[in-house]
Design a protein around this ligand. Sequence first.
Ligand code: COD
Ligand code: ZN
Ligand code: ZN
Length: 375
Amino acid sequence: STRGRVIKCKAAVAWEPRKPFAIEVIEVAPPKAHEVRIKIVASGICRTDDHVLKNTLSVTKFPVILGHEGAGVIESVGEGVVDLKPGDKVIPLFIPQCGECSCCQNPKSNFCLKSDLEKGTGLMSDGTSRFTCKGKLVYHFISTSTFTEYTVVDEISVAKIDDNAPLDKVCLIGCGFSTGYGSAINTAQVEPGSSCAVFGLGGVGLSVVIGCKTAGAKRIIGIDINADKFAKAKELGATECINPKDYTKPIHEVLKEMTDGGVYYSFECVGHVQTMEAALKSCHVGYGTCVIVGVAPSSSKLSFDPMLLFTGRTCKGSAFGGWKSKDSVPKLVCDYLARKFDLDGLVTHTLPFDKINEGFDLLNKGESIRSILMF
Ligand code: COD
Ligand code: ZN
Ligand code: ZN
């Protein structure tokens, strides 16, 4: 057995920003106390990985192993780990749930102060890395790092899931699906009969569409500058789709005309300040709510007329769809197995892990929704 020993395996290492991944042999140290080592089986490619690679979200140190939308099987556990054992199917969690911090103890929050999302240390909670390559330390990414055959995560950053779960599908519950679906269900709490506008129809925006439909929204308007995204959006529940490039007037004005003054709920799933402002302006005066799901490039600032809020609009943010991660991920997997929602429609490509650079090319050409890398 490999328990207690260093594992040599393949990983996609990002040595520096804006360069393709290099498939390297790395060393993965055994898990320390309250950590687990996971054999990754499948990992989705999310736009956030690409933002980090391009250094537009400057939260990461290089060299790094990216990937945060994975699923796998526990290889071994460190001392003191009681709720997980070798052979368990798991999903790594990019927002942990320590259960003890003020966010974890607040039923209204799904954040955790142990998260590395804001700090970006690129290390385990004890301040060290489990990865080395060619004698150099390699950083972790938001307590997950799934673009590797083996990874190590803290026990608060992993959820045990049902033994029957197909890992090549439920990996999407690790980020894109849960982020979008939860933004509609938990953060906005979309009501039956309401109208919704979804800006950006990638994996996250389409998952918002699924959530709005599940919640019983009457109108779900998809907005994207790439009209190739419309067919899939309609298949998943969008009632109409519009392309800002087809109009001379600002898109929020088009939406206001279409909806008698604005939508109940708008969602920003692009990650640009311009679309964030447009999403807020698309909300109906007096009761509209705008949910910001995307993260804009570091150092950019949102600016809008505060009258928009004074007159009764709400603007909220949502990370991981408001789900308390360790509690909710196993339930979402059960809901998927019970066919309460479909993930298959989000998967456009399946590739062997070493074709990871092709997967990123597909994303950048706008051709894929989700590419799943298989290990
Ligand atoms: N107006 C409308 N649509 C646009 C515009 C625009 N001006 N510009 C681009 N788009 C469309 C694109 O054509 C594309 O279809 C879509 O927006 C974006 O989709 P993807 O496939 O690139 O991205 P997703 O769905 O994988 O991710 C979107 C996020 C907004 C989540 C991502 O970009 C982001 O901001 N991530 C940071 C948030 C975060 O850290 N989350 C936690 C881990 S993901
Ligand atoms: Zn993601
Ligand atoms: Zn916590």
